[in-house]
Design a protein around this ligand. Structure first.
Ligand code: BF8
Ligand code: SF4
Length: 646
């Protein structure tokens, strides 16, 4: 049962009218949501919050009490430093494994294309495949696309193994950055190897040097950023097409009252791409007509949504905290899920409506869902079966329960690095020039999740607004992108909300001041762009006026991303505190010590306005180090100037 919020209560949960409207439905109908469950969990465990609880062996579980009179060591003798470092390393490994296993699924699909063992997938971007083949030393002379696909996939499979000393795509980073990784023993070798080694090192009685544990956590994170996630992005582009700029829309208003609504939720575009194809099948469209519906409407959620939005312009129903709420519109015939970030609660909410939750990957089953096992060899056939299930469910709709509360917000998507470079006229030079002149002072990736502990989307949108107002270009991925899209910040017209320099550049190029770079694995697009800019200027990534922010993060994947971004030389501000504050040594290392080693650190700042100030101060420092024009103090309001110029 829901604990029931007042109207004022809804407004504390989110900045969005669609969320408010659906929370009212939840209250009226007694449906429990993520916010109710968070309340029931209060007070959450203080030891776990500090990262000082350990349950990795049966001598425990143990808790150490870093600030009190309680035990200072676990049964085995592990102190707060060891326990916090081990827990953090395991979070990185879980996140890196999730992204990388997603990459592996795409890689296997590329291999199947090469072997002609699929009924639908093809090579959409042969040129991108050929240049990747060159990076992997695959000889392409006189070979068909299919042969190259098979050979490249075979070669890339070794990225997951143990024969390599270095992951090949990490060589995209500037030479000086790679030297840092070599010197610190953090150059990623094999993806599975680094992840397994984290599990090994964090078993009781293996690595008990907390610095050594964290250095390996860095190597594990890098195996994600320059390995698993990068594989997912690169190969999705090759198989499904390079994203190009296009118009679309966002929020619950993208659902249609008179069409069969299929919501695509999760992360892997393999499945959603076949659903897109199946939804155009003439037999299924005839069935739609028979059912009395006007068509099939696909809508995304979370990162699967970002994938199909970037490539196909398919509208986005919402981000993480919308997954339960979108079912409460009563208009969703099927929620098709692949994996990651799918709350087990969705099947329970769906049970209150006619919505079918269809799970598809054998590694991600949901009690209460209908499971249609996905097999890329028969992708189209299965896609049709899923769409048919959804269409047939249209008849079970209860018209009086349909409630689509808002009009959709228009947005622009599709900014792959290739598309950005093309918009700039084929070279990053105009962007570099605009940064040099100070029209654009720097760029920030605002990324990551929603977390019910934070007012939904407030962290993302406030931070983004402050940054663009100050002529800082923002690139967004994941659920942060959905937040900014709903707020209208991803339209070219939002240039009016930007500072004069950024506004001028955006208007000249016809682009928004907030660029959609895609899903969370697509944070690697930011890495590729940062590396390209650094290489263009002949400097390290850490010398550039760039920063990252994850204002509302919740997931282990976000931890892995934060680690590889910082270890690649980009300062990163987190809005939610990670569970590390039980060890002052670990905190000091993450917020200060990493600067000397990796040229970047983490900061934690829940207030988005203060986070923006921290980022501006950092960007201005980087500009000064590069000898670029300083900020005009006149342009800063006084209280902030103090912080900014400190
Ligand atoms: O990978 S931003 S809530 S949907 S973890 Fe999940 Fe976070 Fe959203 Fe995408 Ni990323
Ligand atoms: Fe306790 Fe040590 Fe076992 Fe952790 S590894 S549960 S601290 S005995």
């Amino acid at each position: 049962m829901t604990t029931g919020f007042s109207e004022d209560g809804y407004k504390k949960k989110s900045i969005n009218a669609d969320t408010w409207a659906m929370l009212e439905v939840a209250r009226r109908e007694g449906i429990e949501t993520v916010w109710d469950r968070l309340e029931k969990q209060q007070p959450q465990c203080g030891y776990c919050n500090l990262g000082t609880s350990c349950r990795i062996c049966a001598m425990g579980p143990c808790r150490v009490d870093p600030f009190g009179e309680g035990p200072q060591k676990g049964v085995c003798g592990a102190d707060a430093d060891i326990i916090v470092a081990r827990n953090l390393a395991r979070m990185v490994a879980a996140g890196a494994s999730s992204h990388s296993d997603h990459g592996r699924d795409i890689l296997e699909t590329l291999y199947r294309v090469g072997e002609s063992k699929t009924d639908i997938y093809t090579i959409s971007e042969p040129e991108k495949m050929k240049s990747l083949a060159a990076e992997y030393g695959v000889d392409i002379e006189g070979k068909s696309d299919q042969e190259i696909a098979a050979e490249l996939a075979w070669e890339m499979m070794e990225d997951f193994g143990m024969r390599r000393e270095k992951l090949p795509m990490a060589a995209r980073a500037p030479e000086v950055r790679q030297q840092i990784w070599e010197k610190t023993g953090t150059y990623p070798r094999g993806i599975d190897r680094e992840n397994v080694e984290t599990l090994h090192r964090t078993h009781m009685g293996v690595d008990n040097d907390w610095v050594n544990i964290l250095l390996h956590a860095v190597r594990t994170g890098l195996s994600d950023g320059w390995g698993g996630s990068m594989i997912a992005t690169e190969l999705s582009d090759i198989l499904f097409g390079l994203p190009t700029p296009k118009a679309s829309s966002m929020n619950l208003g993208v659902l249609k009252a008179d069409e069969v609504n299929i919501v695509l939720h999760g992360h892997n575009p393999m499945l959603s791409e076949v659903i897109v194809a199946a939804s155009q099948d003439p037999e299924l469209l005839a069935l739609v007509e028979e059912q009395g519906a006007k068509g099939i409407n696909l809508a995304g959620l979370c990162c699967t949504g970002n994938e199909v939005l970037m490539r196909r312009g398919i509208p986005m129903a919402g981000n993480h905290l919308l997954q339960e709420l979108c079912i409460m519109t009563g208009a969703v015939e099927a929620m098709v899920v692949d994996y990651q970030c799918i709350m087990p609660a969705v099947t329970e909410v769906a049970g209150c409506y006619h919505t079918k939750v269809i799970s598809t990957f054998d590694k991600a089953k949901f009690p209460g869902a209908e499971h249609i096992s996905f097999d890329p060899a028969r992708g189209l056939e299965i896609g049709k079966q899923i769409v048919q299930t959804a269409v047939e469910n249209y008849a079970n709709r209860v018209p009086e329960r349909i409630n689509i509360p808002v009009k959709s917000a228009p947005m622009m998507t599709g900014f792959s690095v290739e598309a950005v470079v093309q918009a700039l006229g084929g070279t990053p030079e105009p962007l570099v020039e605009a940064i040099k002149e100070g029209k654009i002072r720097g760029a920030v990736g605002v990324v990551g999740c929603n977390n019910p502990k934070i007012k939904q989307d407030l962290g993302h949108t406030e931070l983004t607004r402050r940054l663009i107002e100050n002529d800082i270009l923002v690139v967004v991925t994941g659920c942060a992108a959905v937040a900014d899209g709903k707020a209208g910040l991803m339209m070219p017209g939002a240039a009016d909300q930007a500072g004069p320099g950024l506004s001028e550049v955006c208007k000249a190029l016809g682009i928004p001041p907030v660029l959609h770079f895609g899903s969370c694995v697509d944070n690697t697009r930011i890495m590729v762009l940062a590396a390209a800019l650094a290489n263009f200027l002949g400097v390290d990534i850490s010398a550039l006026p760039l920063a990252g922010a994850a204002p509302e993060w919740y997931s282990e994947k976000a931890v892995a991303i934060g680690v590889y971004v910082v270890a690649s030389g980009i300062y990163t501000v987190l809005g939610t505190a990670p569970p590390v504050f039980g060890s002052s040594n670990v905190v000091k290392l993450l917020t200060e010590g990493l600067e000397d080693v990796f040229g970047a650190t983490f900061a934690v700042e829940p207030d988005p306005n203060r986070a923006a100030t921290l980022i501006r101060r950092y960007i201005e420092r980087k500009r000064a180090d590069l000898g670029l024009p300083a900020v005009d103090p006149e342009s800063i309001s006084m209280p902030e100037a103090e912080l900014l110029l400190a």
